[in-house]
Design a binder for this molecule. Structure first.
Ligand SMILES: C[C@H](N)C(=O)N[C@@H](CCC(=O)O)C(=O)O
Ligand SMILES: [Mg+2]
Length: 365
């Protein structure tokens, strides 16, 4: 099975309610979509969102990297040489993790199709019991409480509250949502780097003393401030999770070595795709560290890929934040993962199981 064409398109999906974090506000999901075509007529799908505030990647940088660097590297290559090609993709340029992720997702999709099995089985997974949380955007207290209650009504038992805008107000937000859903849902916090270390210690201790039970606090301080992360981790009971602090395997190793967090959030758009995501999960397993499989605000192409990888690493990946399809008004990706409330059901069709994409706007090559 040889790659004979690389096609690009844009896919935009409106959200049910704006997605608001300490870093950005967005009204819709918009991805660059890559389609790898083979001489056997098979298609491999990959995607890349523009999460410039986190990865530095824009739609323009993704398209340019794929057109000028990856397309010449891929044309004529045999899909069975997956690991060699992924190694070359990672080495071909620095950074540009979302573009690399798009290419790797499409390559793994094709590789699993070549072997006529769903991706998670090719990676050694069993696909049992995938359950995601859902994100509650940072907002007015009443709106967050209403969104949290609606999420519980929809069947979600884990809520990830976005905070990090104003720590005083954040405390009120967290306490109000906790009171509204206590006994019905567990809470995770994600400050998206919005606090400083001393503030974070005071805030988390205050919540602990007030009896607000939190499953974890994600990326309370600046991505580069591993000293700050460790300062917090040493002073609070609630587990910390590193998100923006960890892109690749070396970052994961460093966070573990410095004891800067107890949990790692793996996202394909930070790792540059599936090969490094697997390495991080394996490093975490070696050190007995738990991982979450997360995602950016991206279409269900990447979310499907992340779900397949999570299913393949059940001992390392114990938590999922793969909620974007539940945040969107509809899913234009036919096939791939399906959702039943918080439960994720993987497709048994070979590869990612994507049949077609509706509303894809082709980009001229
Ligand atoms: C979408 C997911 N629940 C999430 O919150 N992901 C990121 C932010 C993604 C983005 O800004 O696109 C996170 O910080 O965990
Ligand atoms: Mg996060």
């Amino acid at each position: 099975m040889k790659i004979v064409d690389v096609k690009l398109g844009m896919l935009k999906v409106p959200l049910i309610t704006p997605f608001k974090t300490a870093l950005r506000t967005v009204e819709c999901v918009e991805d660059v979509v890559v389609i790898l075509e083979t001489d056997t007529g098979q298609l491999g799908y990959g995607n890349a969102p523009a999460t410039a505030a986190i990865t530095g990647d824009t739609h323009g940088s993704v398209v340019e990297a794929i057109r000028t660097i990856f397309t010449p590297l891929l044309l004529g290559r045999e899909v069975q040489h997956l690991n060699r090609i992924c190694g070359e993709v990672q080495a071909a340029l620095v950074n540009n993790y979302s573009a690399k992720a798009a290419i790797e997702i499409a390559l793994y999709d094709l590789f699993a199709q070549l072997h006529r099995a769903p991706l998670y089985r090719i990676l050694g997974g069993d696909g049992n019991g995938l359950t995601t949380d859902i994100t509650i955007s940072v907002d007015y207290i009443d709106k967050m409480v209403a969104d949290a209650k609606r999420a519980v009504e929809r069947g979600f038992e884990i809520l990830k509250l976005k905070v990090g805008k104003d720590i005083g107000l954040d405390m009120e937000r967290i306490k109000a949502v906790y009171a509204a859903v206590e006994g019905q849902a567990r809470l995770r916090l994600d400050a998206n780097q919005g606090w400083n270390p001393k503030q974070a210690v005071l805030a988390i201790k205050n919540l602990e003393e007030a009896g607000v039970v939190l499953e974890l606090v994600e990326q309370p301080v600046s991505a580069r401030d591993l000293d700050g992360m460790r300062y917090i981790a040493e002073r609070v009971q609630t587990p910390l999770m590193a998100d923006e602090s960890i892109f690749g395997p070396i970052d994961a190793f460093e966070v573990i070595r410095q004891r800067a967090a107890e949990i790692i959030n793996i996202k394909l758009m930070k790792t540059g795709g599936i090969s490094n995501a697997i390495k991080i999960a394996d490093i975490a397993s070696v050190y007995n560290v738990e991982c979450m499989m997360g995602c950016m605000l991206e279409t269900s192409i990447g979310v499907s890929a992340a779900a397949h990888v999570a299913a393949a690493k059940p001992c390392a990946v114990t938590k999922l934040d793969l909620d974007v399809p539940s945040l969107c008004q509809y899913d234009p990706v036919v096939g791939g993962v399906t959702y039943k409330d918080a439960d994720i059901i993987l497709s048994e069709t070979p590869g990612l199981g994507i049949e077609r994409i509706e509303g894809l706007r082709p980009l001229d090559n």
